[in-house]
Every structure is written in C-alpha cells, then in structure tokens.
Design a binder for this molecule. Structure first.
Ligand SMILES: *Cc1c(COP(=O)(O)O)cnc(C)c1O
Length: 370
C-alpha cells in the first residue's frame, strides 16, 4: 500500500494479500509449527514456525508499510527492544538510554547489559544531550512513557550519525501514524504493539522496523535463535486490529485534548502534561515532528491516597496499567517503582464520548478533594 493514501485507507489495507474470491480479506491464522514440508529437500520458507510463519509475515508487511521499513514482530515490546540492544551491542560498547523512558529497559540494562561489559549512560528525553562520540547506540523514546517529554528526532539522529552512533527510537506511545522515526533518520523504530497499536488490551506484541539490510539480518537472526515470536493467533489478531488504528487514535487524541484542557483549568491538580497543549514544554517539537498527539495525559493529584479516592469515585476511568486501549484507564506509576511523584497519574484516554469522559473525571475529582 503506497503512501499516496491517507492513514485510514492505509490502515484498512495494510499488509492484506491480493483478494481471493470466497476467502476472507485477512486470511485466518496458520497455526502449525511445521507445514508445507517437502520431505525430500525441505521448504524454502514456512518449514517451521520459529523462523517463519505466513500469518506473522502478513502482520510484518502491514506494520512495515506503516513504519516505512522492513519489520520483524516479537512476542512483546521488551522482546523487540532487547533484540535491538543485544544484536547491536558488544562488550566495551556504550549505549545511551532515556532516564525517563520505559522502566523495564533500564532494569534490563542494569541486570544484563552491564554484566556483559556494555557501558550504560542515561539522559533525560528533554535533554540536554551529551556529545555522542564513543557511543555505539542511542535509544530515544518520544513521547517518553510516562512523563511525556519529547525530543527532536531529526536533529538528534543527525548528531548521532555524525559521531558514528546508531539510533533506535521507541515508537510505542506515538505509533507509526503519530510519527515515522525512519523518515526522520532513525536506524530502527522499535515498539510495543501491546498498547495503542493493537489497542484492545487483549495481547502482548512487539516489533522492530528498519531500512538497513544489515540490522534486519542481525535482528532476525537474534529472533530466530532466541525464539521471542508472537503466536500466529496474536499476529492475526494484531493485524485485524490495525484496520481501526486511524479511528481509534483520532478519538483517543481528541479525548486527551478535552481531558487535558479540563484538567489544566483546575486549581486542585498539578503538572498536567499533554504534548498537544500549547503551553506544554513538549508542544513545539511535538507539533512539528508528530502527525498526531497520543491519547495519554499525565497529571499529579498530590498523593497516592487522592489517586485511590479519585479512581474509586470515577465510573469511566479504570485503574489499570498499560495504555492505548479502547477503555480509559489510569495508572499511578510510583506503585511500580517508576521515578515519579506519589500522586503522579498517567491517564490513557479510550474511545468513549469526550463529554462523558470529561464530566466523569470532573465529578470524580470534585468528590476526592486534596
Ligand atoms: C509497554 C512498553 C514497552 C514494553 O512493551 P511490552 O509489550 O509490555 O513488552 C516498551 N516501551 C514502552 C514505551 C512501553 O510503553
């Protein structure tokens, strides 16, 4: 599917094979681990499910079209990110990670990368960034989860490449409809598909996309050898969910805009962050770099106790970790050990009606005073 089409058209058609009369638009999952086996010479592809699977290939074609690169799907976002880190980094290399990004990446770096002799440095997404000389790989996460700071991908990628570093971008919060890191110069776009990409809170998925044949081969080899593949059913379900990505993101983003404006107008909450608010510190870079702003708002309600009272009072905001789903949910990140204030809440806006959502949140806040 070429880029001449808009987002909705591209999502509906992404990765679909040529239509076959009497067959569904998206063929059902091919489950077996071994199939189409030629007992004499063995098949060129589809011989065994770990290296290759027909259903997974269709999903990879779809995500690859949206990201503008070649894609490999993984069992989870963490499986994809560790594949990128482990296939690039060698003992003695330096990797630069976001200090405010997804916490499990930092845990992996501390538990495994450092033990393998990789030097790990951290930088906040909003900067200031150190010189990239001597760095092998820069991992950027923008907007960063959960704080929603944003960084300038084109400028940072140019500086990193000039110093000989590779750049990977965690595109989870934005999704490929929000920004296309490969177009902005990144070597790899890597993401969790568990969140807004698939959007139904019913699976874990990850992927890495690149235009570099070398990186693609290294990442593919890593996946084949370590086996972190999604199941055919999850690959099929993810592909089915992609068709509505444009619609879901549009509503989530509109809901986040309404919720952010309503929260920012209140005197009983602090530090409302949504990169689409004109006075947000991320606004200038986000609106230049991103084609749409995610449906995530962060806010500080003051205390853990108030967060609990707010979530109890709300009828539409589910207390749940993760984000990007159809149902509005909120997560107090400090409970997981994230380095955030005790009352910091990441609100993931779903696809409910904006008026209902704003009214429910306003009422629940009124009923849970500081
Ligand atoms: C959730 C998340 C991940 C990890 O994804 P899983 O699918 O849970 O393994 C990585 N990066 C970001 C930004 C995330 O939000």
């Amino acid at each position: 599917m070429t880029d001449q089409y808009g987002d909705g058209t591209r999502c509906v058609h992404a990765g679909l094979p040529e239509p076959v009369p009497g067959q569904p638009f998206l063929p059902g999952p091919v489950f077996a681990a071994t199939y189409h086996v030629d007992p004499v010479t063995g098949p060129a592809r589809d011989g065994y499910g770990r290296p290759d699977n027909a259903t997974r290939r269709l999903l990879e074609t779809a995500i690859g079209e949206l990201e503008g690169g070649d894609c490999r799907a993984f069992a989870s976002g963490q499986a994809a990110i560790t594949a990128v880190l482990m296939s690039v980094l060698r003992p003695g290399d330096t990797v630069l990670l976001p200090s405010d990004g997804y916490y499990a990446v930092r845990s992996f770096a501390a538990a495994t990368l450092e033990r393998l002799g990789v030097r790990v440095s951290y930088v906040p997404t909003a900067g200031p960034y150190p010189p990239f000389e001597g760095v092998r790989l820069v991992l950027l996460e923008t907007p960063a989860n959960p704080g929603l700071d944003v960084c300038d991908l084109a400028a940072l990628t140019e500086a990193a490449h000039a110093a000989g570093a590779l750049v990977a971008v965690d595109n989870t919060a934005a999704t490929p409809l929000g920004q296309r890191p490969l177009d902005l110069g990144a070597d790899v776009s890597v993401a969790s598909g568990t969140k807004a990409l698939t959007g139904h809170s019913d699976m874990l998925l990850g992927y890495a996309a690149t235009r570099s044949p070398d990186l693609l081969e290294q990442i593919t080899t890593w996946r084949t050898q370590t086996g972190g593949i999604p199941s055919p059913f999850d690959a099929w379900l993810a592909h089915r969910s992609l068709a509505t990505l444009d619609l879901r993101l549009a509503r989530q983003s509109a809901n986040a805009a309404a919720v952010a404006v309503a929260l920012a107008a209140r005197s009983d909450v602090d530090r409302v962050r949504w990169p689409g608010l004109p006075d947000d510190p991320s606004y200038v870079v986000a609106t230049r770099q991103m084609r749409r702003i995610p449906g995530i708002v962060s806010v500080d309600l003051g205390t853990a106790d108030r967060v609990a009272r707010f979530l109890t009072a709300s009828s539409l905001v589910y207390a749940a970790t993760s984000f990007g789903g159809l149902h509005t949910s909120a997560d107090r990140r400090a409970q997981w050990g994230d380095d955030t204030p005790p009352g910091f809440l990441r609100v993931s806006c779903g696809v409910e009606d904006p008026d209902d959502l704003v009214r429910d949140i306003e009422r629940a806040l009124d009923q849970s005073p500081r």
